[in-house]
Ligand binder design. Structure first.
Ligand SMILES: [Zn+2]
Length: 614
């Protein structure tokens, strides 16, 4: 190689490495031995964690989450609930007073670390309530592994939020976010969020967990049980041999999941069924009159997995467990903890479809829920609306499953307390503003994208996003990259308006003037978010004619849509407040005209969108 070539080559390599920000993700392997004292709701834990640093950075510290330390009076969670009062999460308070303030001493949650070693040598650590910073003896170099061992004991807290003892349906132990869990390290640095109330982030990990517990308990967990013949509930041929303390050991494994969770109760029944071309599904619950709808839900749950596999991409794990427990519904690796008593099949399935749906949008596409709650909650809600619409088609046939969500969007906006969806989950001032930003705005983010790009492009985008990013940690940027590539459209403006601001869409039909052979319509943009406009007429002989007014910023327009074919009109620049156009139909021919017959556009004042022609 000549010197000139070498210089050129080095220069090119320099450009490549300056431009590339190669994706990496950390990996972890946990081996845990847990000894439960069921009577006292405590356990002793031993953990061996093999942690691999796939980042280009050398690490001198690592962080662990100790979530249960939040469940005591005076904790950060307690302070936050107290200062938010009635604006906070209703599950954490009673009449605006924090429930954490009155946890009895013996029911305070705890994770007490006895010691932690790296490759057999003691490490020093500092604990700030729910976050433990561990100083490494030997820096962990890029692309290398290390082994941590530790011992700790824990108190299963009074059930305040998610985890805990004796939930309101009488489940003895909901054991979630329960072990010292290594924090995620990625391009954004360490995810060292205190446990204030909202959600989680973690590296993918393999789990090998032995849980020793009184032989009368049945465990439900997100994983594969290795010894069903030794324990109660899973195999009718089981021969339970307890040790001298009347305990048996449950052996669970799980591969490449975000979080291992389990629950235990003496009165659990375990049932299973296999979804055609899908996972083996376990139901672990207390069978009673109040939970009789679980039986009826089974064919719907099968259909749910099949619909999700087809609409988004295949569920990747061999099993999935619906476990009665917790305080509502929360997703974990290969399982969910849900309240099980239900008064309607649709209510129970809504919960199952939502929490089960998080397998795709959280457990497999592992977003940082603390930073981008609108992605995991919003996208899950999107698919929930879609699947529920297919499981329970409404009496009044409509192709749009999102009408209800758009209604709740309009109602909430009127309250004037909206906060931008870009805010971190725990940092919203108002609990319902958090829910709105995450669930409703996140869902409508995809609905509006479908309206802008066309539903076919949205579907292709979502499938490609899942295919590319499953079992990784995508961000909104990764999704938008695929959306723009698939549609050819510039969509950055939309994301900026919808996620970073609380601006709203409001278009109106301002004027209609009827000519001899045609009709001229003037539309007005009264809102603060520009959008392309779908405009349609219904003729007196019941034909629908669709027009599309592209927004200049997208530069490409949708060709057609499941909602119809569109004739494309001249584009509407976002800087212009009014727009007029003429269509070759007369007053005598038109029955109705207006904006967005599909009812996907999240226009806050739809009343002025239509004109009935009499
Ligand atoms: Zn959710």
């Amino acid at each position: 190689m000549s010197k000139g070539f070498l210089v050129l080559f080095t220069f090119i390599i320099g450009i490549i490495s300056a431009q590339q920000n190669p994706y990496y993700q950390q990996s972890a392997k946990y081996k845990m031995d847990i000894d439960v004292d069921a009577e006292n709701f405590t356990y002793q834990g031993k953990q061996t964690l093999t942690y691999t640093n796939n980042s280009p950075d050398e690490l001198n510290v690592v962080y662990f989450h100790l979530y249960w330390n939040a469940f005591k009076p005076g904790s950060l969670m307690d302070q936050r609930v107290a200062s938010q009062g009635k604006n906070g999460d209703s599950r954490l308070q009673k009449d605006g007073i924090s429930r954490l303030a009155s946890i009895p001493k013996e029911e305070e949650g705890a994770q007490n670390i006895h010691w932690i070693k790296q490759n057999g040598k003691d490490l020093t650590f500092e604990i700030q309530e729910t976050v433990m910073k561990v100083n490494l003896n030997t820096p962990l170099k890029a692309n290398s592994s290390t082994t941590f061992t530790m011992e700790w004991d824990a108190v299963i807290p009074m059930q305040i939020r998610r985890a805990g003892r004796n939930n309101r349906e009488g489940i003895a132990m909901t054991v979630t976010q329960w072990y010292p869990k290594i924090a995620e390290y990625d391009y954004d640095g360490w995810a060292t969020f205190d446990y204030i109330g909202r959600e989680f982030h973690a590296p993918f990990a393999d789990f090998d967990v032995n849980i020793k517990i009184d032989k009368d308990y049945v465990i439900g967990a997100g994983g594969t049980l290795q010894n069903p013949l030794d324990v109660k509930g899973y195999d009718s041929n089981a021969k339970i041999k307890a040790d001298q303390n009347n305990k048996v050991t449950w052996k669970w494994t799980a591969k490449n999941i975000l979080d291992f969770a389990w629950a235990a109760d003496k009165d659990y029944t375990v049932e299973n069924f296999t979804v055609l071309d899908g996972p083996k599904v376990y139901f672990v619950y207390q069978k009673s009159e109040k939970t009789k709808l679980w039986e009826e839900s089974k064919p719907y749950v099968s259909k749910f997995f099949q619909l999700m596999n087809a609409a988004f991409g295949r569920y990747v794990y061999p099993t999935y467990s619906f476990i009665q427990g917790g305080d509502g519904g929360m997703e974990y690796g290969m399982c969910t903890m849900i309240l099980g008593e239900a008064t309607s099949l649709q209510g129970l399935l809504g919960l199952m479809v939502h929490e089960g749906g998080h397998s795709w949008n959280q457990q497999i596409l592992a977003y940082n829920e603390a930073v981008r709650p609108w992605m995991d909650e919003g996208f899950t809600s999107y698919f929930e609306s879609m699947v529920m619409h297919q499981l329970f088609p409404p009496a009044e046939a409509t192709a749009n499953p999102f009408v209800g969500t758009i209604d709740s969007y309009r109602n909430f906006v009127k309250r004037g307390i909206e906060e931008p969806a870009v805010w971190f989950g725990d940092h919203h001032d108002n609990g319902s503003a958090y829910s709105f930003a995450s669930y409703v705005k996140g869902e409508l983010f995809l609905v509006q994208l479908g309206y802008i790009m066309g539903e076919e492009n949205l579907s292709l985008t979502l499938k490609e996003f899942y295919r590319t990013w499953k079992l990784k940690h995508p961000t909104d940027r990764d999704l938008m990259h695929i959306a723009q590539r698939t549609s050819g459209m510039d969509l950055k403006w939309f994301q900026n308006y919808w996620i970073n601001t609380t601006k709203t869409i409001d278009y109106a039909v301002k004027d209609v003037s009827y000519g001899e052979n045609s009709t001229t319509i003037t539309l007005e943009n009264k809102g603060s978010v520009p959008m392309p406009v779908d405009f349609s007429i219904l003729t007196k002989d019941k034909k629908v004619i669709n027009y599309q007014i592209p927004l200049n910023m997208t530069h490409v327009w949708k060709k057609k849509d499941i909602y119809g074919d569109f004739k494309t009109l001249a584009y509407w620049p976002w800087t212009q407040k009014e727009y007029s156009f003429t269509i070759p139909y007369t007053k005598a021919e038109i029955a109705l005209l207006g904006i967005d017959f599909s009812q996907r556009l999240a226009d806050v004042n739809p009343e002025d969108n239509f004109v009935e022609v009499k």
